[in-house]
Design a protein around this ligand. Structure first.
Ligand code: SIN
Length: 344
């Protein structure tokens, strides 16, 4: 459900950065029935005003105002909400009165939304995403400290020009590098292939590198006039798989398909004709690794040149889906889309 609300928790203090918090839901806005409930609680119930009042220390580090964009668990995050969020961020960051944006979000699909925003936000100002693994009602809830660290990062001049970042567990991770690695633990977010951008210690950011690939204002993607993103689906390769899922997605109107293959994005003998037929119908097919880690280059384990498929570089299947949706807003030429995968 889309909702809208606005709140201010402090009068503007001159000299402090002006940070906008956009809330979308997730466990960070979750509530359980007891302080020991870490599973089976309800995500996305606490409104942004209450979320911010739980961290009164924010008033000392920034002028913080909140806005409710949506109230969903992130596995219910839709393209519609993502577009609304991205457009709102671009409006806010165009204003000289906003120095940075923090987005609260569920952790389940955080890496997808983070990579999407990393490609479509048009500003050098800091954009920081944050979630929590424990609901606010739990013992040792991680949300309040994560929010505090996120606002520190969004207000830091050193954070400018680093693309969309995720701050959790004191670590700053680039949107493209981010991977959720565990279903329950608070240190679930890692950057297993490329490493962290930096850390937050007390009230200071420490950066060690810029993002490796083009991002935000450096990209060619403009969603200002996009209301619906092209439909892209993911099919999984596994022992004794079949072409049924890819056929069904194409019949349902998919403009793109990401094949999450085993090993170096291998394609089984029975899946191959399904992907070939999809390409012949004008559907863009990207190969990504189902392990989500490692590089897939062109013609690695599969003849991309012969079959007209696209190699996914180092993107996980969900992130490959995000880039393919955006690529398809500009072209359906597989060569051009391959260029984008090599570039972003
Ligand atoms: C969600 O992704 O919305 C629920 C789980 C979480 O935030 O950790």
């Amino acid at each position: 459900m889309l909702t809208a609300a606005s709140s201010t928790i402090a009068l503007a203090v001159p000299g402090l950065p002006n940070i906008k918090i956009l809330a979308t839901g997730g466990t960070i806005a979750g509530a359980g029935v007891s302080s020991t409930q870490y599973a089976g609680y309800q995500a996305a119930v606490t409104p942004v005003d209450k979320l911010l009042l739980a961290v009164p220390e924010l008033g000392k580090i920034a002028n913080v105002t909140g806005e409710q964009i949506s109230q969903v668990a992130s596995h219910n995050m839709s393209n519609e909400i993502l577009l609304k969020l991205a457009k709102r961020i671009n409006v806010l960051l165009a204003s000289p009165e906003v120095d940075g944006v923090v987005i609260t979000h569920g952790t389940n699909t955080l890496e997808e939304s983070a990579y999407f925003l990393n490609l479509v936000v048009k500003s050098e100002k800091p954009v920081v995403m944050v979630g929590a693994m424990r609901p606010g009602t739990s013992m040792s809830a991680d949300g309040p400290m994560n929010i505090f660290r996120s606002v520190i990062t969004a207000g830091s001049k050193d954070s400018r020009g680093r693309g969309v970042m995720v701050v959790m567990n004191d670590q700053i991770i680039g949107a493209r590098d981010l991977q959720k690695t565990d279903t329950m633990t608070v240190d679930t977010f890692k950057a297993p292939v490329f490493g962290y951008l930096g850390f937050v210690v007390d009230s200071k950011t420490h950066f060690y590198k810029p993002p490796a690939r083009k991002h935000t204002h450096q990209t060619e993607f403009d969603i200002s006039k996009v209301n619906v993103l092209p439909k892209v689906d993911i099919v999984m390769g596994y022992e004794d798989d079949s072409r049924a899922a890819v056929d069904a997605f194409v019949t349902a109107g998919a403009k793109g398909v990401v094949h999450a293959g085993s090993g170096t994005a291998a394609v089984s003998g029975q899946m191959q004709p399904g992907l070939e037929d999809a390409v012949k119908k004008g559907v863009a097919v990207v190969r990504a690794p189902r392990s989500s880690l490692g590089i897939i280059t062109r013609n690695m384990e599969f003849d991309d040149d012969k079959f007209g498929t696209i190699s996914g570089d180092t993107l996980s299947p969900p992130k490959a889906r995000v880039l393919l949706m955006l690529g398809l807003t500009r072209t359906s030429d597989p060569k051009e889309i391959q260029r984008m995968f090599n570039e972003y």
